[in-house]
Design a protein around this ligand. Structure first.
Ligand SMILES: [Mn+2]
Length: 430
């Protein structure tokens, strides 16, 4: 397997930090042992955890106002996979990539799969795109795709999704994620009931094209680009659609796609309950679908989501098999740094949730000890699990301090020389 950053550089930096790391890991081990917890078991769970990176995430994102390209941006899917490989090489939490079509189209997908494999990567869910028009496209999605009033537009959108499945089969993917921008900007613009019917009708044709071992992830979003109503606006609509389509369909939760202050962890709990939690698009937000880096605004909310996930795993909830992916827009940072940082924040929330004493929590809840129960959750959240995360990375030959190592490596400067700026480099926010 070819590594883009010399392994010797990582080994050398890790060696310099090893004494301090051992000291910190040992201190945490003793602290957890006093509470009857085995750090080795937690470290093993953390080391086994993985979250996918979206191929578009390694490009600079943008807002409705502008996109300010960064230096050395990837020019095509092969460049993107190189950057994804660096993210995984250093932080060791992202061995899979989620491609987006038509952005990542190539002529030879077996070559692409081989290129990824050579970098230690494989492919996660494939994502379709019917929320913007491509050059030379027959019909426009300006007024919708799967729910467009014109059957010819719907047929084009369905065909694109079926093509994504075909591509995904060649790449080893096992799921298709569908998010549509369909909706209305004016009351009266669309018949709310008819739009949902059209969605079910079109999605059923996509569903029929799924191989037996594939899943269909339905991603809801409250608003934007439609500002009055979105066809699949919330988890209720998503669940109704998934249940109408069949057992292979489930609901994907993008943390930014809810109304402000909505209790997302409770939505997660409900979806787990009916066996329809597809997985997550992780990001963070303060005001709306801000697509900020995971854990950068409200790490406690991220922890509470993971608290539900660990709870579900502990009770072997039927059908519980969530897919994890980062979905952020990197506007002011180096995307490689943001993706490593976010992956580590997601793993951090998982590790914190693993530390919660669930037997004691259940007892406190049964005794109506509200503050006691809350303190048990907080004990997990307030534990600095950084040494566990670092140790899990070290055991997988990753960097003890991935972002410092990346800065030291000079990778971006090298890519800036190798990748001259191109106009219209693709990236996006979904
Ligand atoms: Mn998303």
């Amino acid at each position: 397997m070819s590594h883009l950053i010399p392994d010797a550089l990582i080994a050398e930096a890790n060696a310099k930090a090893q004494n301090a790391h051992e000291d910190e890991y040992g201190a945490l081990q003793r602290k957890l042992a006093r509470a009857g917890q085995d750090i080795e078991a937690i470290t093993a769970e953390v080391a086994a955890f993985a979250v996918a990176v979206p191929t578009w995430g390694v490009g600079t994102g943008g807002t409705r106002f502008a996109r300010f390209p960064g230096p050395g941006e990837p020019r095509d899917i092969f460049d993107k996979l190189d950057d994804c490989a660096v993210v995984n090489q250093l932080a060791r939490a992202t061995p899979t990539c989620s491609p987006h079509f038509p952005w990542d189209k190539v002529s030879d997908y077996s070559e692409l799969a081989q290129f990824a494999r050579a970098r230690g990567l494989s492919f996660d869910a494939v994502n379709s795109n019917t929320f913007q028009d491509q050059l030379g496209q027959t019909h426009s999605y300006k007024f919708g795709s799967l729910t467009h009033a014109d059957a010819a537009v719907r047929a084009q959108a369905i065909a694109h999704n079926l093509e994504c499945i075909e591509i995904g089969k060649k790449l080893g993917s096992k799921a298709l994620t569908v998010w549509i921008g369909d909706g209305a900007n004016f009351s009266g613009q669309s018949n709310l009931n008819r739009a949902f019917d059209l969605y079910l009708e079109a999605s059923a044709q996509i569903y029929a094209g799924l191989p037996a071992d594939w899943r269909l992830f339905l991603e809801h979003k409250l608003y934007e680009p439609a500002f009055y109503s979105t066809v699949i606006s919330d988890w209720g609509s998503s669940l109704m659609a998934a249940q109408a389509l069949g057992p292979k369909a489930s609901c994907l939760v993008d943390l930014g796609h809810h109304a402000p202050n909505v209790n997302i962890e409770q939505i997660v709990s409900r979806l787990i309950r009916v066996g329809r939690l597809a997985g997550f698009h992780f990001n963070d937000s303060k005001y709306g679908d801000d697509d900020l880096d995971a854990g950068s605004i409200d790490p406690f909310r991220l922890f509470l989501v993971f608290n539900e996930l660990v709870d579900a795993a502990a009770r072997n909830a039927p059908g519980f098999n969530p897919a994890y992916m980062l979905d952020q827009s990197h506007n002011v940072t180096d995307p490689i740094e943001s993706l490593m940082q976010s992956a580590m924040e997601v793993v951090r929330a998982y590790a914190q949730a693993l530390l919660v004493d669930r037997a004691a929590l259940g007892l406190a809840q049964a005794q109506n000890d509200a503050l006691g129960a809350h303190r048990l959750l907080k004990a997990g959240f307030l534990t600095d699990v950084s040494p566990i995360l670092a140790e899990a990375r070290r055991r997988k030959r990753g960097a003890l301090d991935p972002i410092s190592l990346y800065r030291q490596s000079g990778y971006r400067a090298q890519k800036t020389r190798e990748r001259p700026a191109v106009l219209g480099a693709v990236s996006g926010i979904v």
